[in-house]
Design a protein around this ligand. Structure first.
Ligand code: NAD
Ligand code: WQD
Length: 347
């Protein structure tokens, strides 16, 4: 298939490009590079072994730019112009939870409006297949653990999460109104790790918000110690429990999700996680053991908006897509460190 990849220069997008090409697909990337670097795409091309990844630096809110991309990626069939994209994998969006609380309008505007323009241009060009990066955050404080797709959506505590929840609804309504659409909502749990080559990985701007990039920056000497946000949760050691998933497994889930489009599944929703819950201290201890580095840490107060426990039941993705996570926490910690130590300043 030929896939339009929005946000393809980012953390998950760059890893997904590799898995797409490995499976025989091709891609065209649109990214405004607001949270990524062109170098990531150069390295992706090098790993795949092609001269370059077709790419336009543009904002998905820029309708003209999107129209031009569709025009460039089209062919003439029986005298008619037909768009060449079989599907879109839609990663582009702002994702920092804390920042979204500070700048709600920017988050709503970018994530909502960007997706509206994208969907409208796709519809106009008769490309009605989309895989959307959703998040476990749509479950709020989950009613059921492990979380299945039947678990009701919950109250999101921040504008970022709200955009995911609302965009899921927008695409659900669109598919209901026009059954020609195939909409696959992938609810990611906590993606960490990096490609085994150590050439691409997570490259946050400023102080990392998320656990693993904070740990790797402590390991590389950029930060003094990790703050562990709370040790009084009702979990085995009192620290928060999450379903960490290797980003390469997550990338492969997108390739598997193309099957749902091929068989015209309509609306399909999948949890993408390993099904295992690890605490903050499990991650810290595993990182130290696997990599032989010390991670000083200090217990801090709870972080506002955090929940105690979040992990999924990923059986539906295995049953319907034949997808299952292959990597465990050891590999996630090994590969995250391999990326960070080889690229202490990121790209
Ligand atoms: P990322 O920031 O690395 O990638 C997102 C990419 O989108 C960036 O390259 C950024 O430059 C681009 N972008 C943002 N707004 C854009 C716009 N208006 N036009 C064009 N490009 C734009 O983030 P990621 O971790 O790779 O996440 C990818 C997607 O998955 C996001 O939608 C995110 O919300 C979602 N997600 C991420 C996680 C996670 O923990 N990383 C978890 C669940 C869901
Ligand atoms: C994991 C655990 C923290 C940092 C977020 C978003 C979610 C999704 C994934 C996009 C928690 C603890 C963290 C630190 C810590 N993103 N922690 N010290 O909060 O589960 O999910 O990223 O969709 O929407 O909310 O991930 O990595 O921030 O935290 O103790 O410096 O690590 O309290 O228990 P989270 P995280």
């Amino acid at each position: 298939m030929h896939i339009l990849v929005t946000g393809g220069a980012g953390f998950i997008g760059s890893h997904t490009l590799i898995e797409l090409y490995k499976a025989g697909h091709t891609a065209f990337v649109i990214d405004n590079l607001s949270n990524s670097n062109r170098e990531a795409l150069r390295r992706v091309a090098e790993i795949i072994g092609i001269p370059e990844i077709p790419f336009v630096q543009a904002d998905i809110r820029d309708r003209e730019a999107l129209e031009k991309i569709f025009a460039q990626n089209s062919k003439i069939v029986n005298g008619q112009i037909v768009n060449n994209f079989d599907a879109c994998i839609h990663f582009a969006g702002l994702k920092a939870v804390g920042e979204s609380v500070e700048k709600p309008l920017e988050y709503y505007e970018n994530n909502m409006n960007g997706t509206f323009v994208l969907l409208d241009v796709m519809r106009k060009h008769n490309c009605k297949n989309i895989i959307f990066s959703s998040s476990a955050t749509v479950y709020g404080d989950p009613a059921i653990i492990p979380i299945t797709e039947e678990c009701p959506k919950g109250q999101c505590t921040n504008p970022y999460g709200q955009t995911k929840s609302m965009l899921e609804q927008v695409m659900t309504d669109l598919q209901k109104a026009d059954p020609e659409w195939n909409v696959v909502l992938l609810r990611y749990f906590n993606p960490i790790g990096a490609h085994a080559s150590g050439r691409i990985g997570e490259n946050p701007n400023g102080i990392p918000n998320n656990l693993m990039p904070y740990i790797t920056q402590v390991a590389v000497g950029k930060r003094e110690r990790l703050g562990v946000f709370g040790n009084d949760y009702p979990t085995q050691d009192g620290t928060g429990v999450r379903d960490y998933i290797h980003v390469v497994d997550l990338a492969a889930a997108h390739v598997a999700a193309l099957q749902a489009i091929e068989r015209r599944a309509g609306l399909a929703i999948y949890n993408i996680g390993t099904g295992h819950g690890y605490s903050v201290l499990d991650v810290v201890n595993t990182f130290m053991r696997v990599n032989g580095v010390n991670i000083p840490y200090q217990i801090m107060p709870r972080r506002a908006g955090d929940i105690a426990t979040c992990y999924c039941n990923p059986a539906k993705a295995e049953r319907e897509l034949g997808w299952k996570a292959q990597f465990g926490l050891d590999e996630m910690c090994r590969d995250a460190w391999n990326w960070q130590k080889n690229n202490p300043e990121g790209y």
